[in-house]
Design a protein around this ligand. Structure first.
Ligand SMILES: Cc1ncc(COP(=O)(O)O)c(C=O)c1O
Length: 400
């Protein structure tokens, strides 16, 4: 019989080669202490965090912490059950109400993670004879949702409106079709042209799902995401989101105005066959979501941070993923994995944590240093970050 692990040999070799150069393993960092949404102790050193998804800096919000502690005392550490059995507490209903209020939508369904929200909603809505037309750069959880439902997958070129339309035109007459898009694509931090794409999808009679994982709380007048910012939120059938980014805890959700939405609670396997979120988690999420409704000042500051970092990195000579800042993610393109890993380590020595991203997670085989800003980064911290990039960039030869 063949060795079931042999398929991993090329990856094991690449990893060993990289580590044999003496570099710190970029995928094995431990946060020894977390001081605030923007500062932690890593390897005994005070480190600025520029690689979390804590966009709105809610993880240490005093109201959020207090709500979690109270729920822990009142309801215990976990539900030990599925939402459809013993796992729905008042807190689960409360967080779903907070989501309905936040998005001004009729229905909200909370999952244990955003990954499971995509897995559950996509696989339940689009089955064996249906078609899912999706951007080729979609998140892994979207692809896994398509695979779980066994739908026919039709990818189109990233953010290409004509390519989307061509794929839709070629589908068999009368077929069921779900178009899946993201608001912000998390590798390069670029936005989808949702206005045009949603119009094209609707003109062809397709349903539309938009994953707003990286835009909730920040983009749009009320922080509802790119669909809100581009004026098409009412035409979107399903919005998927997560609590693990701007909300600052863990969990996932889908909101919708579809009149039959509630039936999904009985037929969606990643909702039914798993334990519900702990009461402390849903309490922190509900408090955070309600505070994000009044987050304009934070949103404005986060835009300032994003613009300042983008302009500063560009001026230093780094190659960036987008010409202009489009979101809270700024991707710095590295020449190759070796240089990327060296730069990542040099930044860590300077006292800065960013995310190293490499294929297959990245588009076009790119190695990226992904910077994600937080509304709690001060202007002074952004200046410090730029100084660290300059020093690390010169040391590693990434900039001249
Ligand atoms: C676009 C997108 N969708 C879904 C998820 C999954 O979210 P969660 O961390 O809640 O599982 C992520 C996480 O990185 C994501 O980037």
């Amino acid at each position: 019989m063949s060795d079931l692990f042999s398929k991993f040999d090329p990856l094991i070799e690449t990893r060993e080669q990289l580590l044999s150069t003496g570099i710190t393993d970029p995928f094995n960092l431990v946060m020894e202490e977390v001081i605030s949404p923007t500062v932690a102790i890593c390897n005994g050193k005070k480190t600025i965090l520029l690689g979390t998804y804590n966009y709105m800096g809610m993880t240490f919000d005093p109201d959020v912490i207090a709500a979690g502690k109270e729920a822990l005392d009142k309801f215990g550490s976990g539900t030990t059950g599925s939402r459809v059995l013993n796992g729905t507490y008042v807190g689960h209903r409360a967080v779903e109400q907070a989501l309905k209020d936040f998005y001004a939508m009729d229905h909200a369904m909370v999952f244990s993670t955003g990954y499971q929200a995509n897995l559950g909603i996509i696989s339940t809505i689009a089955g064996k004879d249906d078609y899912i037309v999706l951007d080729i750069d979609s998140h892994a959880s979207i692809y896994d949702g398509c695979a779980l439902g066994n739908a026919n997958i039709v990818p189109f070129r990233h953010n290409d409106i004509d390519a989307l339309e061509k794929r839709l035109k070629r589908l068999p007459e009368g077929a069921g079709c779900l178009v899946v898009l993201e608001g912000v694509y998390s590798m390069l931090g670029d936005l989808a042209p949702l206005k045009e794409m949603v119009a094209v999808a609707k003109a062809h009679g397709a349903m539309v799902l938009v994953d707003e994982a990286h835009s909730m709380g920040f983009i749009g007048e009320n922080g509802r995401g790119v669909a809100e910012a581009q004026g098409v939120i009412d035409d979107v059938d399903f919005i998927i989101g997560t609590f693990s980014k701007s909300v600052g805890t863990v969990g996932g959700f889908c909101v919708s105005n579809h009149p039959k939405f509630e039936i999904l609670r009985l037929v969606c396997r990643p909702y039914v066959f798993t334990a519900s979120l702990p009461p402390s988690v849903v309490a922190t999420a509900a408090t955070s979501i309600r505070k994000l409704m009044h987050g304009k000042a934070k949103r404005d500051h986060l835009w300032e941070n994003s613009q300042k970092l983008h302009a500063g990195l560009k001026a230093l000579g780094f190659t960036l993923g987008t010409d202009e800042p489009q979101s809270a993610i700024i991707a710095v393109i590295m020449p190759d994995l070796e240089k990327g890993a060296a730069m990542w380590e040099a930044l860590l020595h300077e006292g800065l944590y960013v995310n190293l991203a490499r294929p297959p997670a990245t588009p076009a085989n790119m190695t990226l240093l992904r910077c994600s800003l937080c509304a709690e980064h001060s202007t002074g911290q952004v200046d410090e970050i730029l100084g660290m990039f300059e020093a690390a960039g010169r040391k590693t030869g990434v900039i001249g």
